[in-house]
Design a protein. Structure first.
Length: 502
């Protein structure tokens, strides 16, 4: 990395020269009045108009006592033209000490060049922030009518670690996160239009619950108690339904101490919603309508392509029972079998099963391996075995099952929903069974939550509940192959190398 060290030394020397000129290389404020995209869009050749912009210097083409440059702001790029006799000797000397990556402010008249590019003829130039570390600038060249890209900042691990650089040199990355915000805002607006209340519940919890997952644990010194980062929002939100709210939802961070891969990050965003006096059939329609509205917000169309697969989000989505689809893709009757029978089937299907797995876990592993990858179009899988769902209400007509569905798109689960269990006696028995699973070695088993049982004893109305993975929805709606592509700062192993590593 010696070359980079030398370049930084040169920039530090330029910084000293700028200070010696009496120029503050890190001033406090700049009164920007315009953005690049608006200047270009609103250009009128018959009107002389001044523009005052600020942005990062991204390209420089010097021609003696003049130069064409490009600056980039949040809206895009625009060309600027700097000439010594226009800005004066002092500002032109300052310009000569600038580097690609510096943030500058300019003011001047908007015009169109002979090559038809809308530009700004600079009359005033200010340095707003001196760049001390070279950017991995992408180079482009037209060859045989096609744009060829060179020296692209494409190292995935480096881009995730240094998202700030990724956003500077890869503008399409910024577009992914703009779409993420639009998706979340669309979902929030949909729920608000139903008169549901957005709330906040604890992230640090004395008991973790609402999902089967391994938690992160910490210690509160003042109270001298262990606390857990929440793995789900569910049990606190349902306490609010007990308290009299008819509909509540929360966009929040959840944390699960599990592996990291294309679809999993230990810190992720969930939206959970609970609606009184409704069941899981109602929640299926809510999911369809809410997601399809978000799709239209980012694409103006109900069809999108994800990793080569065209996906149609138009309601109604497919609905299939878990027992039926397991048989469809395995050729076996899975539901209702004993543990030994299920282990034999898993072995026959080449599905690895961990030690200590109970019946529900084995069924879940078979489903994940043999069914889930085939669920490309939006599909609801209904009616899960009771062993898999400690918080769902027993099915009204099918014994041994619960009223639960999971939504799948592009081969991955995106949401999980129940007709919520509101019988405190049944709920306590389910928790006790989970505790036994935990004693048997299941480190993802649910804990006993006596206060939640007490809340149910005060009475919770029939309720529909659902949790949806925001990161996975954003992945699908932006055609992003990895969850790390849709999280600004994904978790990574500690980096190796010195401080000059890019």
């Amino acid at each position: 990395m010696e070359e980079l060290t030398d370049l930084r030394k040169i920039r530090l020397e330029k910084l000293s020269q700028i200070r010696e000129m009496g120029v503050n290389p890190f001033p406090f404020v700049f009164d920007r009045t315009d953005f690049a995209a608006d200047v270009i869009k609103n250009f009128d050749p018959d009107e002389k108009k001044q523009a005052k912009l600020a942005g990062r210097l991204m390209a420089v083409r010097k021609h003696g006592k003049a130069a064409f440059c490009h600056i980039m702001d949040a809206s895009g790029k625009i060309q600027i033209y700097i000439r010594k006799d226009q800005v004066g000797d002092e500002q032109f000397e300052l310009f000569k000490l600038l580097d690609i990556g510096d943030i500058i402010g300019i003011e001047g008249e908007v015009f169109k060049t002979r090559t038809e590019e809308i530009s700004v003829f600079v009359s005033d130039l200010q340095l707003l922030s001196k760049n001390l570390r070279p950017l991995p600038i992408v180079k482009e060249k037209i060859e045989e009518g096609e744009k060829m890209v060179y020296d692209e900042f494409a190292d995935k691990e480096l881009r995730y670690r240094q998202r700030y650089v990724d956003l500077i040199v890869n503008p399409e990355v910024r577009d992914v996160f703009l779409k993420r915000t639009k998706i979340i805002n669309s979902m929030r607006r949909y729920l608000e239009d139903q008169n549901y209340l957005e709330v906040e519940t604890p992230i640090l919890q004395p008991l973790y619950g609402g999902a089967n997952a391994r938690p992160f644990k910490t210690h509160h010194n003042a109270l001298d108690i262990d606390l857990y980062l929440r793995i789900a929002d569910e049990l606190y939100l349902k306490r609010l339904i007990v308290g009299g709210f008819d509909g509540v939802f929360e966009f929040g961070k959840d944390f699960r101490n599990e592996g990291i891969d294309r679809f999993h990050n230990p810190e992720f965003t969930m939206m959970e919603v609970y609606v009184a006096y409704k069941d899981y059939y109602f929640m299926m329609e809510l999911v369809e309508n809410m997601v399809s509205q978000a799709v239209q917000r980012v694409s103006k169309n109900l069809k999108l392509t994800y990793q080569g697969n065209e996906i149609d989000f138009a309601p109604p989505w497919q609905r299939k029972k878990m027992s039926d689809i397991l048989k469809e893709y395995t050729g076996e009757e899975i539901i209702g079998k004993s543990k030994s029978e299920l282990l034999a089937i898993a072995k026959k299907l080449n599905v690895p099963i961990g030690d200590g797995a109970d019946v529900g876990k084995i069924i879940d592993e078979i489903f994940s391996e043999k069914v889930e990858p085939n669920l490309i179009q939006p599909t609801f899988i209904l009616d899960y075995p009771v062993e898999l769902s400690p918080l769902a209400k027993k099915h009204r007509s099918d014994q041994g099952f619960v009223e639960r569905f999971e939504g799948f798109i592009a081969g991955k689960e995106i949401c999980n929903a129940f007709s919520e269990l509101n019988d405190p006696i049944d709920q306590k028995a389910r928790f006790e069974q989970q505790v036994e699973f935990g004693r048997g070695g299941d480190d993802e088993a649910h804990m006993m939550d006596e206060d939640y049982i007490r809340a149910l004893e005060y009475g919770m109305p029939p309720t529909a509940g659902m949790g949806i993975g925001i990161d996975r929805i954003v992945m699908i709606l932006t055609d992003s192959p990895s969850i790390r592509d849709v999280i600004f700062f994904p978790h990574m192993r500690p980096e190796k190398g010195g401080e000059d590593s890019l």
